[in-house]
Design a protein around this ligand. Sequence first.
Ligand SMILES: O[C@H]1[C@H](O)[C@@H](O)[C@H](O)[C@@H](O)[C@H]1O
Length: 647
Amino acid sequence: MSRKASDNVEYTLRSLSNLMGEKRRRQADGSAGSGAAAAAGERSLIAAESCSSLNSAASGGELERAARRQFQQDETPGFVYVVSVFSALGGFLFGYDTGVVSGALLLLKRELNLDALWQELLVSGTVGAAALSALAGGVLNGLCGRRPCILLASGLFTAGAGVLAAARDKETLLAGRVVVGLGIGVASMTVPVYIAEVAPPHLRGRLVTINTLFITGGQFFASVVDGIFSYLAKDGWRYMLGLSAVPAVIQFLGFLFLPESPRWLIQKGQTQRARRILSQMRGNQAIDEEYDSIKNNIEEEEKEVGAAGPVICRMLTYPPTRRALIVGCGLQMFQQLSGINTVMYYSATILQMSGVEDDRLAIWLAALTAFINFIFTLVGVWLVERMGRRKLTLGSLTGTAVALIILASGFLLSAQVSPRITLNPPDPSHQNSTCTKYSYCNGCMLDPDCGLCYKLNKSSVVESSCIPVDKDSTMKAAWGRCSNETVFKKEDLFWAYNFCPTPYSWTALLGLILYLIFFAPGMGPMPWTVNSEIYPLWARSTGNACSSGVNWVFNVLVSLTFLHTAEYLTYYGAFFLYAGFAALGLVFIYGCLPETKGKKLEEIESLFENRLCTCGMSDSDEGRYIEYIRVKGSNYHLSDNDASDVE
Ligand SMILES: O[C@H]1[C@H](O)[C@@H](O)[C@H](O)[C@@H](O)[C@H]1O
C-alpha cells in the first residue's frame, strides 16, 4: 500500500465480500488438494473478521460514524458537481432535440408543405444518425478521450441548431436534424462514462442519474417551448429548433476549461496529469490508493485479456465482459421495448380521449406529462444510492408492467363500447375513401386517414360519421360538417382524430400517470447508469457505444412500428405487447443484473465472473456488511482494496 505515511490512527472500511473475493481467487490459484485447508482458513478468517467487526462496533461505533460522516464530507469537492452538471448539459440537449420536434412539425408541415414521408424523415433522421454516431463514438472515445468527444458533441449541437434555425427548405432541415442526431449519439454514450469516471464511488450512481434527469428536463423544457411558440404561426419553428444553441455553446465553452477523465489519462500513460486532476476531484482526500488501484487494474487487465485485436472481439471472447455487454445491451433494449417513447408521444392522444377537446390545452397537458417524467426522474436520483440499482430497476419495471396493463385495459374497455357510426354522407368530390367502410369508431380511429365527426346527447355519441381528415390539419375533417373548426364548434359538433369518445378514458389516463411514476425513477435512468459502470476501462467506450446504439436502434424500431402495430393489434394490443416485453425484461433483470452500488469501477468486473443467469444473485448488497479495521495512517480514511493495511 502506497498511501502517504503518517502517524495518527486511521480506520479502513472494508467490505467482507471483497475479502472473500480475494480469498476465493487465492483459493482458485492453489491446488485442489489444499482446498479443504483453504476453506478452513477462510472460515477462521471470516470468524475473526466478524469478531473484529463486532468489537469495533461496540467500542468505537460513534467514532466510526463520525469518521464516515467526515470522510464523505471531505470526499466530494464542489468541482465534481460542476463537472457533472456541465457534462449533463449533453443529456439536456439529447432530451431537448428529441422532444422539440413534435411541436416544430405541427408548424413546419403547414409552412413547408411537408408530407408524411418528410415528417417521418425529420424525426427518424435524427434518431438514426444518433444510433450510428453512438457506435462510432466508442472508437473516438478510446482514441481521443472523453473531453474531445463532449466538445465535439456540443459543437455538433451548435452547428445543427444554426442550420435548423436558418433553413429555407426541407433538405436543409433534414441536414440540420442529422447533424443534431450525430451530436446526440456521441453525447449519449460519452457523458455517462465521463461522469462515472470522475465521480467518487458513493456518489457515482447519483451523479450519472443526473444526466437522465437532464434528458427528461430537456424534454420538459422542449414541450414548454413548443407550447409557447405554437402561438407564433410564422417562423415559430425556427425559435424552437434554434434555441438549443444556447446550452450547447455554454457546454462547449465550459469544457474548454474542464479536465479529461483521469482514468482515460492513466490508461494512456499520462500519469502526472491524471494525478493532478484526480486530486482536484477528491479535495483533501489522499488519492494514492485510488490512483494505484486504477493503475494496477489496467495492468492486470492487459495481462488477463491481452491488447491485441479489436476491442469488441476481445470483449466477446472474455466471459466477464461478454456477460456485461449482454446485460448492458439487454437493459437498453428493454427500456425501449417498454414503450416509453410511444407512451410519451401518444400522451396527447390519451389526454384527448379523456375528454380534453381543446388542442392548445392538449399541448400544455402533454407538457405536464413531460413534467411528471422529469420530476419522477428526480425521485430516481434520490433513490439510486439508497435502494441500489438492482432493486430500483426491478421495482420500477414491475410498476411499469402493471401500468401498461392498466393503460391497455383502458383502451380495451374503450374499444368495447366504441360508438357506432350512424351517418354516411356522400363525398362531394366523389373520391373513394376508406373511411366509409367502418361501422364503429374504433376502426375509424385506427385509420390514419380518417376521423369521427359527432354530436353528444348527454354523454352518448349521436349522429356520428367517419370522414377523411384534412391533409393540412388533423384538427378538422377534409369536408362536410366538421371541416370548419369555428363553425362546427358553434354547432355543438365534435371532431375526434386518433381517438374515440369513451366513458373509460380515465382508466387510460390512470395508466399513463402510473406508467410515468414507475418508469421515470428506474427504467428511465438505470440502463444509462448501469452501463456507465459495468465495463472494465479497456472495454468501457466500446461497451457504452454498443449499448447506446442498441438503445437508439430500438427507439427507432418501436416508434416506427407503433402505428402499424396499433393497426394490426389495435391500441390495447400494442400496449399489452409492451407489457409482455416488460415482463420478459423483469425475468432478465432478476437473473442477470448484479448490484453495483458503492463499488469501485475497478471492482465491478468481478461481479460478472459467474454464469450469466446467476450474475443477478452474485455479490448483491444483501448480506454484505461493512467492517472497520484499524490501520496506520493519518485521518479516518476509507480504503477497501489492500490487505497490507491491516495491522
Ligand atoms: O432514459 C431516457 C428517458 O427515459 C427519456 O424520457 C426517453 O425518451 C429516452 O428514450 C430514454 O433513453
